[in-house]
Each structure stands twice: as C-alpha cells, then as structure tokens.
Design a protein around this ligand. Structure first.
Ligand code: TRP
Ligand code: ZN
Length: 492
C-alpha cells in the first residue's frame, strides 16, 4: 500500500509539470490567473510564466495541532507510526544520550516539519538517511530535509541528542507540579509525562491525537534494571552496563510512554486472564490489595471487553505521590497501592489508553470513566443502593463548589481538577439511570470496541450512546457536561 501511494504522488507531480509547460507555451505573457474551477487548474495558471514551477506544492507542516487547551503541542503535516527510543542512561550524572528514530507518513507535501522537544542538545538529524538542517525555536525542533517529502510518503527521521534531564512544569497543574524525567527518593529514575511532558525527554509529536507503536532500547549501569511499556524482548549484558529492550506493539499516545530505572524486582503472576508483571523497588512490602488485580481484571473484561494489551503491571516508585496509568505499566506512589487506585489505573487501560481523547479538553473521557470504574467495583462489594447514596451525597456536597469544573470544560490550568473525575463519573451514572443498565453497558462495550486503538472526541461517545439507546441525549449530556450547576439524578 505504501509504494503505490508514492507512485501516485509522482504521477500527479509529473502531470502538473507537464501542464505548466504547456500553459507557458500558450500564454507566455500572462501572469494573472483566470477564473478556474479546479485546484489543479489554479495551480497551473497562477504561476508566473517566468518562474520555475516547484515540483510539489511543498510547505511547512503546522507547528501546532490546534489543541483546544494547549498551544504549541503536537505538529501537523505528518502522522507518526513508530518511535524507537535508544537511550543511554546515566543515573549518577542525570544524563541521557539518545538516538530516537521516528517513522511517519507525510499527510501533505512537506518542505519542513516540526517535532516537540524541550532542553538537551541536538547533535544530528537525518531524514531517510540524509543529514537534515534543523533549528531550535523554544519548544519546537524545526527540521528541513534536504529534499521535499511527497504527501503520502513514509519517511524516517533520526535525532541524536544528549544532555541532562530537567523537571518540567506543565500549565495543566498551573506550574505548581514538576513532571517529566524525575529522580525518585531512593535513586530510582522514572518518567511521568501526562499531559505534555514527553517533549521534555524525547523529540516527539507530543499530542494524544497521534498514537504510535514504540520500542525502547535502554542502556543502564548493571546494578539497576530498566523497565518500559510493553513486553521485555531482550536483555544484553556488557561490561558495566545492560541494555534492556521493550516493545509496545499497540498504538500508544506519547504521554503514556514511561521508563523506570532502579534496583527493582519484577514479580509475575500468570494465573489470571492477563499476564501480570509488577515492578517493586528493593525492600518494598507489597500491600495485599495487589492480589485483587486478577479479580478487577475479570470485572472489566466482563463489563467492557478484552484487555487491550499483552500484559499489565504496576510499578511502585518511592518519592512519587500519585498514580498514573502509563500504557500496560501504571506507576504508583508507595502509599497509593490500594483497591480504589488499582481499579482506577487499570480502568484507564481501556479508557484513556486504548481509547484516547484527541483533545485535552475531552479529558473527562479518561478520568470520568476511570472514576466510574471505582464505583462499579464498589457496587460489586456493597451493592447498587450503596453507590446510589454515594452519588447523591457527593453531588449535594460539591454542587456550587468552583473547584469542581463542569467535566466537559476543564480550565487549562487545572486540567485534572475534581470535576473531571467525580462530575465526569456522574455523567455516566446519569446516562445509566436514563437509559437503563442494558443500554448503558452496551454503550460502554460498543464505544470501546469501535474506538479501541484510536482517538475520540466527546461527540463520539454521545453518538454511540444515542445509537444504542435509540434516543436523543443531547439535553442530558449538555446539562451534565457543561452546566455549572449539577443536575439532579434521573430517578432511574
Ligand atoms: N491520570 C492520572 C490519574 O490516573 C492523573 C495524572 C495526570 C497525574 N497527570 C499526572 C498524576 C501527573 C501525577 C502526575 O488520575
Ligand atoms: Zn485517572
């Protein structure tokens, strides 16, 4: 499929060149375009007779993907298929020396394109093996290949870079939290990127709308191990260092890429529906709730659909005070390893990771769903009435509290505010009461099945809900997603 696309592109270019030549011949003194009806004709007639026609209408890719909340993240003009991260990591000096290889398809004819990268020194960039010019412009790495890239062509960019990793303060936390590549409290190094800190440790199209597969080749001193998303495909021992290879074969949003380097033990459990490999730092006393993982997995497989990846695990990091759902390998602070959080991060593997918002303004599609999953687990233990009471009590307690934004319109400087979590869960509960249990769970299943490995907007979820229930649900979603006031729950 790829080769023919390139050939078609070349054929079109040849025709345009031929057309220009004959236009020149026919009207050598005309420089004004005549009124035309097709873009092809416009292209041939607007060119002044005296200039050389560019072979393709190559132009720079956009420096921004137009996210509704964050300017500057992501880039246009191409679509990444695969990242290979080859990193030599020196924990003692906090340095990284990397070669990142990116396979992408041009979605327009490109004269130039951007990646996102903050910090480090870029030493060399090649495109399809040829050295390319590059400049740094704030958080943008601007790359000019030595020849234009045809729309539809597949091209490989290799970036050699090195330096010290620096903490990153995203606007999403109002600049108050540092994320990115971080030093744990026991010498461990780990990475937390959501929402936009991937660009603080590798050159990337840093937007959730461009998912890609990943491979990692991580060289670390041999008194530590290196863990990343996906499957461990090899460990090669050298003098003083080991190289750990990991492979994530399902598409992954860049914010879910992670690396952990430290003195870790990996504990496996193959007795459940999905192979489990948990990573614990030396000396960590594993809380007993970890043993619930297989039961929680069973619940989601039954209610939502098959687990999306080849394996799952949690990695505990000392010095981290939260939990984050990195794809197939959630990262937990040592104090957060208990049932509700285990449920929450596992639910994200379906909602957030396999089905990913195409815009940060739709973050409730992650956090509202993962929070609702906690209620589903509670319902299994304590019954439906119990969560009905919880939802009504919480609604009454937080209604009118400005710290809980309407879930469908979070502020850019408080992306992960309580509203996207608990009010996001309430959106789903209101839907369940409105359409009934059968239509509700069928909606979740259809939404997952249809959009697994892809990206979505809020409208995609509403479309599935309306299709499954056969009713018009705009009023319900508008009120629960966007109004300041939290509606009363439907009586069910
Ligand atoms: N997605 C995380 C959750 O499961 C929350 C989160 C987003 C986070 N970005 C973070 C936590 C950065 C710690 C650091 O709720
Ligand atoms: Zn979450």
């Amino acid at each position: 499929m790829r080769k023919p696309l390139v050939l078609v592109g070349l054929v079109v270019i040849a025709l345009v060149v031929a057309a220009c030549t004959s236009a020149d011949d026919a009207a050598p003194t005309t420089t004004q375009p005549t009124t035309t009806t097709s873009s092809t004709t416009t292209a041939t007639t607007t060119v002044p007779a005296t200039t050389t026609t560019p072979v393709a209408q190559a132009r720079p890719g956009a420096a921004d993907l137009g996210d509704s909340l964050y300017a500057g993240i992501g880039n246009g003009g191409y679509d990444v298929a695969h990242y290979d991260l080859n990193l030599v990591i020196e924990p003692d000096s906090d340095s990284i020396a990397g070669i990142v290889t990116i396979e992408a398809t041009a979605t327009q004819a490109l004269s130039r394109f951007n990646l996102d990268l903050i910090g480090f020194e870029v030493e060399r960039v090649t495109v399809d093996g040829d050295q390319a010019e590059f400049t740094r412009d704030d958080a943008e790495l601007v790359i000019t290949p030595n020849r234009d890239l045809a729309s539809g062509s597949v091209f490989t960019t290799e970036i050699k870079y090195s330096g010290t990793h620096e903490p990153f303060r995203p606007e999403a936390f109002n600049g108050t939290e540092t994320i990115g590549w971080t030093d744990g409290s026991d010498g461990t190094e780990y990475v937390i990127s959501e929402p936009d800190a991937s660009r603080s440790w590798f050159p990337v199209n840093d937007h959730p709308s461009d998912k890609a597969t990943f491979t990692f080749s991580l060289t670390v001193p041999n008194d530590v191990i290196a863990i990343a998303n996906g499957t461990n495909t090899s460990v090669v021992t050298d003098i003083g260092s080991d190289t750990w290879q990991w492979s994530m074969d399902e598409p992954m949003a860049p914010y879910l890429a992670t690396v952990i380097v430290g003195d870790y033990e990996i504990l496996t459990d193959d007795t459940g529906p999905v192979p489990i490999r948990n990573a614990f730092p030396a000396g960590y006393r594993v809380p007993s709730d970890v043993d619930l993982t297989n039961d929680i997995m069973d619940m989601f497989i039954e209610l939502i659909g098959p687990y999306p990846f080849d394996e799952y695990g949690i990695a505990v990091v000392r010095g981290f005070g939260f939990a984050l759902e990195n794809q197939s390998l959630s990262v937990f602070g040592p104090e957060l390893v208990f049932a509700d959080v285990i449920v929450h991060e596992l639910a994200h593997q379906w909602f957030g990771n396999a089905v990913t918002p195409a815009d940060w303004g739709d973050i409730w599609l992650n956090e509202g769903f993962a929070t609702y999953a906690e209620f589903l687990w509670t319902e299994r233990q304590f019954g439906r009435d119990f969560i009905e009471t919880q939802f009504r009590d919480i609604r009454n307690a937080i209604n009118g509290n400005a710290n809980f934004s309407p879930p469908g319109s979070p502020p850019a400087n408080a992306l992960f505010n309580g509203g996207v979590y608990i009010r996001g869960a309430m959106v789903l509960h209101a839907l369940r009461l409105e359409v009934g249990d059968d239509a509700f769970f069928e909606t979740l299943q259809t939404y997952y099945q249809r959009h697994r490995n892809g990206t979505v907007r809020t409208a995609d979820f509403i479309a599935v809900a309306e299709e499954v229930s056969g009713g018009q649900l705009d009023d319900l979603f508008d009120a629960w997603l966007y109004e300041d006031d939290i509606p009363e729950f439907p009586s069910g």
